[in-house]
Design a binder for this molecule. Structure first.
Ligand code: SF4
Length: 720
């Protein structure tokens, strides 16, 4: 019998926001009998004005997906999986964790929260608290595999307590390797994912100048006044060259530098070799364009440069980030006394915002890793070393891993090493709503709630919203199956292990499972706006909550240090040789550079399991310039072998004239656990296979070179 068409009176419309990615677009959701039948943007939202993207509009399909996991799975001895109840799974997992802690110590228990877990406002905090409760330092997240340099730049250089200038009132903005129109992401001071196309058009109409540095003519670059199609991996060259132009022409903010910046002569000496000719040749740019961009940016008077995953995943990512912030700093692009900060950071405790420098400090001062002399930083251990922490014998070796909303099998650098590590674990627990290549290795797969089944706050965007803005959502449908919120998994395990869950506001009751709202309250305890107030201020801008930059303390003496010895040494090495971080590499063997990119219809490895998104493509094409395609005697749809010094992947050729010649542009985190890509047309291939954990890592962050990868390309000999 056909399902009756719902009448208007059957439909309940509820307010929520999307959590497929961090952008938190407000949505109205139509629900019939606990079934989501439609979602749409909210036209009268003051920031988003109805904006949503194709991924968020698939939420009804995601909720109804017959392949969604609706109960935990346990792996049988023969490798197949069977359903178990969540109490049974949690009992068994906790017993294994107890055995591993008693045998090897707490450090042997690790967790990794991936991009999926980050969309839940209490998942990361619960995982962190779980580690504190069991006294294990082995806490990892996706932050340390794509943009770790961002969090550390201020450590070396020093920070500005009131932050750098914002996008909203910029006269000029310089976007280096990010594309908010697709990723919905921007660095601070950049174009955020809150209705990015409309906001950019408005800002351009108001006269804002835009400089985009990207080897690809991205959607963002189509708005640029100057687009510098830089050779991948040469961002440090270009930035050092721009700093040289600024200092040579005396364009820096002299008064600001006099008061707050030290080491200017050392900085000038370090960039001296980056002449316009050197920059133009290495970056493959017209020198006039470089000069024009440097002068346009320096003229400001307001606006910052910011980087994205492109340069942050390439070699010398810390150096690139440092030079970017140095450029902003010598131009004095900071909030001055009386300036209003763009967002309100309303979910976090009040922080001082004085117009003064926070002194430089050691960047990575956390617990020592056992690998390559790395250390933890910002309360996490470096994910780039996690596979080796599993595989390397000795005290502290990781034996159990809980993966929350992540897919290491295709996302972690050095795929073969990662697969070996996953197979080596004594316990692998994956919290995911679908069977991923990582889940195939798991001993247990725990089925989580989907976003519309849980309460949340927009915890990431709270720091990035263009204005002080609050939103909150209750669950808009009841849970479909034996599914758990990510925090509940950690609470249940901690409870069984006899530990607590020390969140910022204290540990919850460990005898009776609390509500998600109680966990939200504990996670965001002491917030600028109390959570009870947030809950009744849906989609609300709070002009009265803007943070005002306070005057510097009378005795404020700290200064920025733009020329720390190790960075200047790295810069000199970089000038002398273009790929020093990649070891002894004959670049003539690897004439192409493979860069990472985003695709509109997926978020890393999430998306193509849904039919509406799979229609947009089931592989991550190898985008190449048509002239390169012709020169290699290839055609659209051909299979190519893309070979780095580490490995080979097979890609599907897609000619695209928005790519610079000599560049291959591919989305990351595709493919499966096979190392030979038989199904490349159906599931794509992971570019992470091409990179080595041992060669080319950043000395401080451990970040592995995962973009601007030197590769060779040839037609695949054996049809796949
Ligand atoms: S941009 Fe992100 S939050 Fe907004 S609709 Fe798309 S996936 Fe959802």
């Amino acid at each position: 019998m056909a399902t009756p068409t719902p009448t208007t009176s059957d439909v309940q419309t509820k307010a929520t926001f999307c959590r497929v990615c961090h952008a938190s677009c407000p949505m109205e959701v139509d629900v019939v009998d606990n079934r989501v039948i439609a979602v749409r943007g909210v036209m009268d939202d003051p920031l988003f004005e109805g904006y949503t993207c194709i991924k968020g509009r698939q939420l009804p399909d995601q909720m109804a997906d017959p392949n969604r996991l609706r109960a935990p799975l346990r792996r049988r001895l023969d490798g197949t999986f069977e359903e178990v109840s969540s109490p049974e799974a949690l009992d068994e997992i906790a017993a294994e964790l107890r055995r591993i802690i008693d045998t090897y110590g707490p450090r042997a228990v690790a967790s990794y929260t991936g991009t999926g877990g980050y969309q839940n406002s209490v998942a990361v905090g619960a995982a962190r608290a779980f580690h504190q409760g069991i006294d294990s330092v082995s806490f990892y997240t996706s932050v340390t595999i794509d943009q770790p340099a961002k969090g550390l730049a201020g450590f070396r250089l020093g920070g500005w307590e009131a932050g750098y200038q914002s996008f909203t009132d910029s006269d000029v903005h310089m976007a280096i390797g990010y594309n908010s129109m697709v990723s919905s992401y921007a660095p601070l001071g950049g174009l955020q994912g809150t209705n990015p196309f409309v906001v950019m058009r408005r800002r351009k109409a108001e006269g804002m100048k835009l400089i985009v540095i990207d080897p690809r003519r991205t959607e963002l670059a189509s708005f640029a006044d100057i687009h510098l199609q830089v050779r991948p991996g040469e961002d440090p060259t270009l930035l050092a060259g721009m700093i040289r132009i600024v200092l040579d022409e005396g364009l820096q903010d002299h008064e600001f530098c006099e008061r707050w910046v030290s080491q200017l002569p050392e900085l000038a000496a370090a960039v001296e070799g980056f002449t316009l000719d050197v920059v133009a040749e290495r970056c493959q740019l017209d020198p006039d364009d470089v000069l024009a961009a440097a002068r346009m940016f320096a003229a400001g008077p307001k606006g910052v440069a910011g980087t994205g995953t492109g340069p942050n995943m390439a070699a010398h990512s810390s150096l690139t980030e440092h030079l970017t912030v140095v450029l902003n700093t010598i131009l004095g692009r900071v909030n001055r006394e009386g300036d209003l900060l763009e967002n309100g950071m309303l979910l976090y405790p009040e922080m001082p915002a004085r117009a003064q420098v926070t002194p430089p400090r050691a960047p990575a001062n956390g617990p020592p890793s056992r690998i390559r002399g790395l250390r933890g930083y910002r309360g996490e251990m470096p994910t780039a070393a996690l596979a080796e922490e599993i595989l390397t014998p000795g005290e502290g070796r990781i034996r159990a891993l809980i993966v929350s909303g992540g897919n290491p099998a295709v996302a972690f650098p050095d795929q073969e090493l990662t697969l070996n590590a996953l197979a080596d674990l004594e316990l692998l627990v994956v919290i995911d709503h679908r069977m991923t290549p990582t889940a195939e290795f798991a001993h247990y797969v725990v089925a989580p709630t989907l976003s519309l089944e849980r309460a949340d706050v927009p915890h990431l965007m709270d720091r990035w919203f263009r204005q002080p803005y609050t939103n909150y959502t209750e669950p808009v449908v009841e849970r479909d199956g034996d599914v758990l919120n990510e925090w509940e998994v950690f609470w249940e395990l901690a409870s069984r292990l006899g530990s607590d869950l020390p969140l910022p506001g204290g540990s919850p009751d460990m005898a009776v499972r609390p509500s998600t709202d109680e966990i939200i309250d504990l996670t965001y305890a002491g917030s600028r706006m109390p959570l009870d107030e947030v809950r009744v201020n849906l989609r609300t801008v709070h002009p009265d909550k803007r943070i005002v930059t306070q005057p510097a303390d009378d005795g404020a003496t700290a200064k920025f240090t733009p020329a720390p010895d190790d960075f200047m040494t790295e810069l000199a090495d970089f000038l002398a040789q273009s790929t020093p971080m990649l070891g002894d590499l004959d670049v003539s063997d690897y004439p192409f550079r493979l860069v990472s990119r985003r695709l509109k219809h997926v978020l890393n490895s999430t998306g193509t399991e849904l039919p509406g998104l799979a229609r947009k493509g089931t592989t991550n094409p190898a985008y190449m310039h048509p002239d390169d395609v012709t020169e290699l005697e290839l055609a659209a749809g051909d299979l190519v072998e893309i070979t780095s010094p580490r490995a080979t992947v097979v890609g599907v050729v897609a000619p695209s004239d928005d790519i610079k010649r000599g560049v291959i542009s591919m989305a990351h985190s595709w493919g499966g656990r096979s190392l030979t890509d038989e199904k490349v047309r159906d599931i794509g291939t992971p570019t992470s296979r091409l990179v080595s954990a041992e060669v080319g890592h950043d000395p401080v962050t451990g970040m592995v070179v995962s973009s601007a990868i030197p590769v060779a390309v040839r037609k695949a000999e054996v049809p796949v």
